[in-house]
Ligand binder design. Structure first.
Ligand code: PLP
Length: 400
């Protein structure tokens, strides 16, 4: 008998399932709208030019491959926080922020959850309904109870602001509130700035701890500053936020696993104490983070020219996505759809919650070779000028 005969096969990740079905399909017109990774006009992964230049600089510098410190590369950490909060952020100047390099956004969330489990025990984390599936499991696996707050309104494929507000208000004082800073995944629905202000005030009144998941800075609107507005607004309102950053999408560094977790504290001494505890948490988990992605981001953000190029390129990705949303709606109308598709252009970021039913999603796959998750979420990055009209015709066919 084996040690592991009692281990049962677990369910496949739903997004992976979409890719498996897509790969099996031999039709030349097949489209994969499942994966959350940017694709260029030819449906190919995109390596940013600024990243290629940084690669070259790093190579030419003849660096060694020694371990990074437990907290990661110091230059990366400070550049990362400054990118999110703005260089003139008072908490940065006052040295009140503890920052650590993490294994991309997922790693940042995991470190955050582990820290909260240890130093903010007995609290429940509230995540939007729906949210990126990993949020629930990260908190649960770290021993933090998870509940959800209302977020999406299926009637108009937009925000259920009243529901969100009421649920955050009904959560016990001092709860953990997880907010997607921009480009909400999976819905593409973000609050307006006026709504963010109300949420900030409410969280203040309720003394909630706010944890921002910032996985798409620059990728939503095309402007890193505009996408950072909600986070900066909360910080300006005096929240001691936690911040989870990912450089997977906006720098196209998916597999390099580069991100950061920051916590705003009350004093420089508190920041040092928090940092020391983060190190104690990280050491037995993965010892220290990988070095290459940190070098790439740090090389770009410490060089004016490369930073400018990054801004142009991240805007290029965001604009292509916004353009594809417009194009999809245009072709839906052109092919006779009289439904209201305004949510496709109102939503923002990589994903669109189309409102398609599971049955309609199944028909798209079986009749049109178009693959997406059964919740009706499409990754706009999978659309390009060559397949958008075909996609529009197919969506019209299954929704008329
Ligand atoms: N948070 C959200 C909302 C995401 O959509 C993602 C990626 O899909 C992540 C975090 C983290 O991704 P990564 O660990 O690749 O940075």
């Amino acid at each position: 008998t084996s040690f592991w005969s009692n281990v049962q096969k677990g369910p496949e990740d739903p997004i992976l399932g979409v890719s498996i079905a897509f790969n099996k399909d031999t039709s030349p017109s097949k489209i994969n709208l499942g994966v959350g990774a940017y694709r260029d006009e030819n449906g190919k992964p995109y390596v940013l030019e600024c990243v290629k230049k940084a690669d070259k600089k790093i190579f030419e510098a003849g660096v060694d491959h020694e371990y990074a410190p437990i907290v990661g590369l110091a230059s990366f950490n400070s550049l990362s926080v400054a990118l999110a909060l703005g260089e003139d952020c008072k908490a940065i100047k006052d040295k009140k922020i503890a920052v650590i390099q993490t294994l991309s956004g997922t790693g940042a969330l995991r470190v955050a959850a582990e820290f909260l489990a240890r130093f903010y025990p007995g609290k429940t984390a509230y995540v939007p309904n729906p949210t990126w599936g990993n949020h629930n499991t990260i908190f649960a696996d770290s021993g933090v109870a998870v509940k959800s707050y209302a977020y999406y309104n299926p009637q108009n494929c937009g925000l259920n602001f009243d529901g969100m507000y009421n649920d955050i208000n009904a959560a016990p004082n001092g709860s953990i509130i997880l907010l997607h800073a921009c480009a909400h995944n999976p819905t593409g629905v973000d609050p307006s700035i006026a709504q963010w202000k109300k949420i900030s005030q409410l969280c203040k009144d309720k003394q909630h701890f706010v944890l921002f998941d910032f996985a798409y800075q620059g990728f939503a609107s095309g402007s890193p500053e505009k996408d950072a507005e909600p986070v900066r607004l909360f910080v300006a309102d005096g929240h001691q936020i936690g911040l989870c950053q990912s450089f997977a999408k906006n720098f196209g560094l998916y597999g390099q696993r580069i991100g950061a977790f920051s916590l705003i504290t009350g004093t420089p001494e508190e920041a040092l104490a928090v940092e020391s505890q983060l190190k104690i948490l990280v050491r037995p988990m993965y010892s220290n983070p990988p070095i290459f992605g940190a070098r790439v981001v740090s090389t770009i953000l410490s060089n004016k020219e490369l930073t400018e190029q990054w801004r142009t390129e991240v805007k290029g990705m965001a604009d292509r996505i916004i353009g594809m949303r417009e194009s999809l709606v245009k072709y839906l109308k052109q092919h006779g759809s009289t439904k209201d598709w305004s949510h496709i252009t109102n939503q923002i970021g990589m994903f669109c919650y189309t409102g398609l039913t599971p049955e309609q999603v199944d028909r798209l796959a079986s009749e049109f070779h178009i693959y997406l998750t059964r919740n009706g979420r499409i990754s706009i990055a999978g659309i390009n000028s060559k397949n958008v009209e075909y996609l529009a015709k197919a969506i019209h066919a299954v929704t008329k």
